[in-house]
Design a protein around this ligand. Structure first.
Ligand code: ADP
Length: 605
């Protein structure tokens, strides 16, 4: 009982929530559609009532006290009224389709946009978890269903009112009938609800499998994989994966559907039987002249209304119960909160400040290995700092902590005397400009791709050109027929340009240089560059950014040996720290790596 009451309460909460989003999406469309609903709800009752009067009128023709002229006039008036009502009914139907379409379009965009906004606000750590991808997938896959549910909520209210009016009309004829009707519908409703729950539960349980199918499809459809698919003839392998998962899912889903379909076929006959019995009894009473033919027609019309609206109430109720779970998940997704506290009050506004890592330890999850162990170092924001170490030693993790994509598990990062958690995220991150080793390639124009790092200056093409020059991307972009307006993809039109790995990297570096920052972070910015371009980027950087700070991560130590501080990370621990000459002198890991690379250069020479 408690569960049922809670179920109803949640259900009506969902109706409230849905009405809220419909209202927020467009007040105008909401009001118009409410008015349309009121009219389209009233018209059928008016038609039934006038039809009853018309039939009774026709049945009266020929009786002794009938006056032919008056009857004729009344007949004409009723016929015209019925015609007008039917035209109104059709017109209002078309109008409803028009406004529902517009409202639905707007609502689809609003629900999708909210998911996009939320996903962009969440901590990076969410993107490390498979469960989060399931949530994102669930929310974005279900965003059209959220719209659907919101519309169903409106339908539910409309059909419920229609049902109640029809219910009240039936009462004077037989108080028992409406109750029997409702009872006859309950088993079918319960079965439908169970089916909906079972199918949604199934979908959530196998969400990862669905994502694997989607991934298989992406591999065959996306450009990124197109070369491998052809060289290795991957279609049979990927297709087996895709169809293999589908077959398993399909057979499980079919079993669930079949189980409920059999039951539903039997149970849905019950209300029809009740209606047929009632109409039969009514027919008998007409034969016994206890009711008129008009009454029979009226009640038949009302029964059609009861049955029709009842089915729609059940339909929208069960669909909404399905939608209820989806909406609850959608709301849960929108309610997700990151672990990174964003309520710092201070603004980091000084152009020069100190940065200190104080006993920082970090791991990406409670059960995952430590990536940084008790790391301590400090530097000034105007210094050039190099992070050196083999792959996986934790260099990028240091940068991610500095930018507060994650917070240290132990220890503190202090800037200008304050824990970085005390600063607003915006003011902290605006001090830095970064190129990550897994930088992103955007299918935007050259100008847009470069100015993404500071969209407030997006229109400043002089600045874009300067950034392109600094990164060495001006050489190839100058040859594009549409210059900085050229799309860096051909997926929209043929005049777009596709870039090589090295060219993409130069665009990413230009993006970092476009932003005015205090500390530039270049994390392996040159992996895809040829030796000459790489040398140019680093020498140019040293020359142009003499007064600025930098954190440079590069495997080629010749690029970093001029830095003010070199930090050597080994397996999460800071093992060496100092200037190039000092580290060579102490003859540790850095000196060993440096000699190894220098020997290779000499070999080549
Ligand atoms: P480096 O930059 O020195 O190559 P990283 O800081 O990128 O090293 O990575 C250090 C270690 O942390 C690696 O073993 C890597 O697998 C692990 N790691 C990086 N990102 C994540 C993540 N999001 N979740 C779990 N482990 C991660």
């Amino acid at each position: 009982m408690k569960k049922t009451i809670r179920g109803f309460w949640e259900f009506f909460q969902i109706i409230g929530y849905c009405s809220g989003i419909l209202w927020e999406t467009s007040r105008k469309f909401f009001i118009i559609r409410m008015l349309i609903n009121i009219v389209s709800l009233s018209v059928p009752f008016a038609v039934i009532t006038f039809t009853r009067l018309l039939i009774n009128l026709l049945a009266g023709i020929g009786s002794e006290d009938s006056q032919p002229e008056m009857l004729m006039r009344s007949f004409l008036i009723f016929s015209l009224l019925l015609l007008a009502l039917n035209i109104l009914n059709k017109g209002i139907g078309t109008l409803s389709t028009y406004y529902t379409g517009l409202h639905r379009d707007r609502m689809d965009t609003v629900t999708k946009h909210r998911i996009m906004k939320k996903a962009s606000e969440l901590d990076l750590s969410f993107f490390d978890s498979a469960a989060f991808y399931n949530e994102v997938n669930d929310a974005s896959m279900n965003s059209p269903l959220v719209t659907n549910s919101a519309f169903l909520a409106m339908d539910f209210v409309r059909y419920l009112v229609q049902f109640m009016v029809a219910f009240v009309c039936l009462f004077p004829f037989s108080p028992l009938l409406p109750i029997v009707f409702v009872l006859s519908v309950i088993p079918c409703t319960v079965a439908e609800l169970r089916q909906v729950e079972a199918i949604y539960g199934f979908q959530r349980q196998y969400m990862s499998e669905e994502r694997k199918m989607q991934y298989a499809s992406d591999v065959l459809l996306e450009r990124e994989f197109a070369k491998d698919v052809r060289i290795y003839n991957l279609f049979p392998f990927i297709s087996r994966k895709f169809l293999g998962i589908w077959e398993v899912l399909f057979s499980k889903k079919r079993k669930i559907s079949l189980r409920y379909t059999r039951v539903l076929i039997l149970l849905s006959a019950l209300p029809e039987i009740v209606a047929a019995v009632f109409l039969f009894l009514l027919g008998l009473s007409v034969l016994q002249e206890l009711h008129t033919i008009g009454d029979y027609s009226f009640l038949q019309g009302i029964m059609t209304q009861v049955l029709g609206s009842m089915y729609m109430v059940i339909y929208s109720y069960t669909q909404l119960s399905d939608g209820k779970m989806r909406i609850q998940n959608y709301r849960k997704f929108l309610g997700l909160q990151g672990n990174i506290r964003t309520d710092g009050e201070h603004k980091l506004e000084k152009p020069s400040f100190t940065v200190e890592f104080k006993n920082v330890s970090f791991r990406y999850g409670d059960n995952l290995p430590w990536i940084l162990k008790n790391v301590s170092f400090s530097f000034h924001s105007r210094q050039k700092v190099a992070l050196v170490g083999v792959n996986g030693s934790g260099k990028t993790t240091v940068v991610k902590l500095l930018l507060r994509f994650y917070d240290p598990v132990e220890g503190q990062i202090i800037m200008d005397g304050k824990d970085i958690r005390e600063y607003t995220l915006d003011s902290l991150r605006s001090r830095f400009s970064t190129v990550f080793q897994d930088y992103s390639n955007y299918a935007f124009t050259v100008g847009e791709s470069v100015s993404l790092s500071d969209v407030s200056k997006a229109g400043d093409m002089g600045k874009v050109m300067a950034a392109l020059k600094k990164s060495g991307a001006d050489g190839f972009t100058a040859r594009f027929p549409q210059g900085v307006d050229t799309y860096l993809t051909r997926r929209y039109d043929e005049s777009g340009q596709e870039l090589s790995g090295g060219q993409w990297q130069k665009i990413a570096i230009a993006r970092a240089f476009f932003r005015e920052a205090d500390i530039y972070i270049l994390d392996e910015p040159s992996a895809a560059l040829d030796a000459q371009s790489e040398d140019e980027v680093f020498s140019m950087f040293q020359a142009l950014y003499a007064g600025k700070g930098a954190i440079l991560i590069s495997h080629r130590l010749s690029n970093v040996h001029l830095c003010d501080v070199i930090l050597v990370l080994d397996n999460g621990s800071l093992t060496e720290m100092g200037r190039h000459e000092e580290l060579i002198e102490s003859d540790g890991m850095y000196a060993h790596m440096y000699r190894l690379q220098a020997e290779k250069y000499q070999d080549v020479k």
